[in-house]
Design a protein around this ligand. Structure first.
Ligand code: NAD
Length: 296
């Protein structure tokens, strides 16, 4: 039974996810390069551990929530964590990274008697806060069953997608669609508003109609339509433009590997890449609404 959990990466998502582990009574060790993020968790009862190798030897389950493959590989491979883990420990990486990285890491963990799961999440910071994330997991069914109480402390749904890497394939497909719908909603809302509709009326219509999607009904990009979303808070992330750009690049690779078209994906990636290279990289990705509004 899992009692003690290590959590590495206390950013927009990890800070909220790890809070829910504390609320559910798990003993929690945390680590992040950002000291303020660690301090905040320490105020709530988590133990801050600087040395991730030390943490690895002390926990029943180790979770990482890092920006990209680069940080995940640097933590697990360069950080020497693999050899510090107790046999039987389950490592769960919740970051959105390239499925190939999960396939590369799995045998390395298995060799030392530990298991590795890719379990990326969907729902954004609101679902992270409310413990209503969806986990899409890749790996062995037994391992997923063992960590279900942990995942269900942070989310509502755990979907076993198949062997290692499958959770990430699902996540990348989801975020391809998310990037596309955010631009689609932004384009439609801009046109309707410019032609005289009140944004909350147009959003209400979309959300009762066939255009409804998460980008319209849960994370609407127009300021003032919804409370508590980044668009109503000066586009403070949330989910940054840089992050969706990273995910669309992974989706592009996936499309190449599958020899299938990347039509809307390509256009969507070009828009976010343009924003990421400008001043909007650290803003929430729903800022694409403002970009389309002001685009010459
Ligand atoms: P973030 O940039 O807010 O947080 C990442 C954290 O990792 C930061 O606090 C950073 O200091 C820390 N970090 C980086 N390298 C580290 C290292 N070597 N050791 C310890 N800490 C380190 O990112 P986020 O928005 O929380 O996203 C994390 C992952 O979750 C990404 O892969 C993202 O694509 C994915 N994701 C994000 C959202 C969202 O809405 N923000 C939703 C679903 C999935």
């Amino acid at each position: 039974k899992i009692k003690k959990i290590g959590f590495i990466g206390l950013g927009n998502m990890g800070s909220r996810m790890s809070m829910n582990l504390l609320k559910n009574g798990f003993e929690l060790e945390v680590s992040d390069l950002n000291e303020a993020a660690c301090q905040q968790m320490s105020n709530h009862g988590a133990i801050v551990v600087k040395d991730c190798k030390q943490m690895a030897g002390e926990v029943d389950c180790l979770i990482s929530m890092l920006p990209s493959s680069k940080e995940v590989l640097s933590l697990y491979i360069d950080g020497g964590i693999v050899n510090s883990l107790q046999p039987g420990t389950t490592v769960i990486d919740c970051s959105t990274i390239d499925p190939g990285t999960a396939n590369f890491l799995t045998p390395i963990f298995n060799e030392v008697g530990t298991s590795y799961l890719d379990a990326p999440v969907s729902g954004g910071i609101i679902a992270a806060e409310n413990a209503s994330l969806t986990f899409m997991a890749g790996g062995e069914a037994d391992d997923i069953e063992r960590v279900k109480p942990v995942l269900l402390s942070m989310g509502k749904n755990v979907i076993h997608c198949g062997p290692t890497g499958s959770g990430l394939i699902a996540k990348v497909c989801n975020n391809l669609l998310l990037g596309i719908t955010m631009i689609g909603v932004s384009e439609a809302m801009n046109i309707g508003v410019k032609l005289g509709l009140r944004p909350e009326i147009l959003a209400h219509v979309l959300n009762m109609s066939s255009g409804r999607c998460w980008s319209s009904d849960t994370y609407n990009p127009v300021p003032g339509v919804l409370d508590g979303v980044p668009s109503s808070n000066n586009y403070k992330p949330g989910f940054t433009v840089k992050m969706i750009t990273k995910d669309l690049k992974i989706a592009e690779q996936a499309a190449k590997r599958s020899a299938l078209p990347f039509e809307l994906g390509g256009k969507t990636l070009a828009v976010y890449e343009h924003l990421a290279n400008g001043d909007f990289g650290e803003k929430d990705f729903s800022i694409v609404y403002q970009y389309l509004k002001e685009k010459p």
